[in-house]
Ligand binder design. Structure first.
Ligand code: C2E
Ligand code: MG
Ligand code: MG
Ligand code: MG
Length: 283
């Protein structure tokens, strides 16, 4: 009987795998269409000064507005997109949206000091990245490029070095994303001279009750201080977390406590509606 049950489970499992493979295949076909027709939208999440809580910028986060399934989150399609080799294209489309939204906000009186854009490994290796930023019509110093810690350290070849040098020269900031979840060495960090470290939210969520996590967050802040690197706390969900993260020395805070990611129009209303636009200072 155990054997029959086992066999039953096995066939159920393979059927499940088969279905999931079909779904992936289907998503892949649809993703190619999505890139062709640009079915992507960009949402923006506020970043605030740790002391004053004034808006310092936003992070751009991609969503796929699927014609049948509605808004899909990055974890529902970026892996498939990566396998298909179209993440670079998606990153490029996202950047076009971001530049357009920056100019549109400006025309409506919102002078956004900074927008952080996530880039994949492929996009970091794309020489067009530098060109796209310099030709966007927006001051390159208003952009920040977010690179995952793992990518940043694994793939430091000549193109990446050239790109990072060019970005620095244009004033574009470089941030290391999800910091603390990879395997960075201080030496690796120094070699590409990042401007910003983003402490991963798995360190921030438990900082109120786990001494070890708080100590690690504080250690990252110390590294930042020594190397003149700004530190952002990610995933700040409550004002208690915000207070603690500020106490530990984080410079900038980002998380649901200060706003969820919103589309460009809603972000404009959020910022101007709360009067936060008055607190904006350029640069
Ligand atoms: P990330 O760059 O680390 O972005 C932060 C993620 O945390 C976002 O998820 C955001 O919605 C979420 N988040 C923000 N505040 C909180 C909070 O207080 N609590 C919790 N639990 N979560 C919070 P999202 O939008 O689903 O994006 C997931 C990841 O997808 C991003 O992580 C980034 O690695 C990737 N991604 C997003 N947009 C792009 C893009 O345009 N290009 C590329 N290559 N990757 C992207
Ligand atoms: Mg990011
Ligand atoms: Mg992150
Ligand atoms: Mg992440």
């Amino acid at each position: 009987r155990a054997k029959a049950a086992g066999r039953g489970r096995w066939s159920f499992f393979t059927e499940d795998m088969h279905r999931s493979a079909l779904r992936t295949q289907h998503t892949a076909t649809e993703l190619l269409r999505a890139c062709e027709r640009d079915e992507f939208v960009v949402h923006y999440q506020p970043q605030v000064d740790a002391r004053s809580h004034a808006l310092t910028g936003v992070e751009a986060l991609v969503r796929w507005n699927h014609p049948q399934r509605g808004i899909l989150m990055p974890d529902q399609f970026l892996d498939v997109a990566d396998g298909l080799g179209v993440v670079k294209e998606i990153d490029r489309i996202v950047f076009r949206h971001v530049a357009r939204d920056m100019l549109d906000w400006q025309a409506r009186g919102l002078d956004m000091p900074k927008v952080a854009v996530n880039v994949s490994s492929k996009r970091l290796h794309d020489p067009a990245l530098v060109h796209d930023i310099s030709a966007s019509g927006v001051d390159p110093a208003r952009f920040c490029i977010e690179i995952l810690e793992s990518i940043y350290l694994d793939d430091t070849n000549d193109v990446v070095r050239w790109t990072c040098d060019q970005l620095s020269e244009m004033g574009t900031k470089i941030a290391i994303d999800d910091f603390g979840t990879g395997h960075a060495s201080i030496q690796g960090l120094l070699s590409l001279a990042p401007d910003i470290l983003k402490i991963d939210r798995t360190f921030i969520a438990p900082i109120l009750d786990e001494m070890t996590k708080a100590t690690l967050a504080h250690a990252i802040v110390q590294i930042g201080r020594c190397l003149d690197i700004e530190v952002i706390a990610e995933g700040v969900e409550t004002l208690e977390h915000a207070r603690r993260a500020a106490e530990l020395g984080c410079d900038i805070l980002q998380g649901y406590a200060f706003g969820r990611p919103l589309d460009a129009q809603a972000l404009l209303r959020h910022v101007t509606g709360t009067g936060a636009a008055d607190a904006l200072s350029p640069g």
